[in-house]
Design a protein around this ligand. Structure first.
Ligand SMILES: [Zn+2]
Length: 249
């Protein structure tokens, strides 16, 4: 099923477009308590939340380009979903280390950010400026990226009982630290931060270590935190109606 003769946002050719997920389906998951929350950007505690069983979708990509992005999702799906590499419980304060595919993890994160930026569903709230075309290029060509290019890191989110919040999907939401812009997203049990920076020199001192959070040898280091320490997760929890809040968090 698709719509014919529309311009694919990734290859720019006119083709039949598929109804593409903005968050890949592999990133959506019900957790052990049957919780799945997919929400639009949460800002200042005023945004509404949305419960979506299948996530947000839009006609964005042709079949060939879906396949390109699927290649970035495959190892992620395998580790985070099929094998449940993160597990279901963790202790706040602990640091977890995962073996991941460095480049495909990076390309997946950037492709999710780019998909949201070109989507109308999100009302153009995500403005990547000159990075939008650059990210299209990177995702289309599967470019090799240095650790300091678009550094990203993850924090594992747990609820008060130490259950990993696999069922929460939020964002992307604009993020700024000093003069560096970026976006934060929540999915696959983690809060992910992606910075729109291409050089370690751009990063303020305390962030110089950040590129090492996702190392080229295929290692991801992630702090475990309570969802209350994550601005995104906490804002989302606050806007859920009380009954939903109790049931879901
Ligand atoms: Zn295409």
């Amino acid at each position: 099923m698709g719509v014919a003769n529309r311009q694919c946002r990734l290859c720019n050719q006119f083709k039949v477009l598929r109804n593409s997920h903005l968050f890949p389906k592999s990133c959506l998951r019900f957790d052990d308590k049957g919780r799945l929350i997919v929400t639009r950007a949460v800002r200042d505690g005023t945004s509404t939340y949305t419960l979506k069983q299948d996530g947000f979708k839009e006609y964005l990509l042709c079949e060939g380009c879906e396949q390109i992005l699927n290649r970035y999702e495959a190892p992620f799906n395998e580790f985070w979903k099929s094998k449940n590499g993160l597990g279901n419980t963790a202790t706040a304060g602990q640091v977890m280390t995962f073996a991941v595919d460095y480049l495909k993890t990076k390309l997946l994160l950037l492709s999710i950010l780019w998909r949201h930026a070109v989507s109308n569903v999100w009302g153009r709230r995500i403005r990547l400026g000159p990075y939008q075309e650059r990210l299209r290029d990177i995702c289309y060509n599967g470019e090799v990226l240095l650790p300091e290019e678009y550094p990203m890191f993850a924090r594992v989110l747990v609820d008060d009982e130490g259950e990993v919040l696999h069922g929460m999907t939020i964002g992307p939401v604009r993020y700024k630290l000093d003069h560096i812009s970026g976006y934060q997203l929540v999915f696959a049990g983690c809060e992910w931060t992606v910075l729109l920076s291409v050089s370690a020199h751009d990063l303020p001192g305390e962030l110089r270590q950040m590129p090492k959070a996702l190392a080229t040898v295929g290692v991801l280091h992630a702090d475990v935190i309570s969802f209350r320490e994550s601005r995104l997760a906490w804002e989302c929890a606050k806007v859920l109606p009380r009954a939903e809040y109790r049931k879901r968090l």
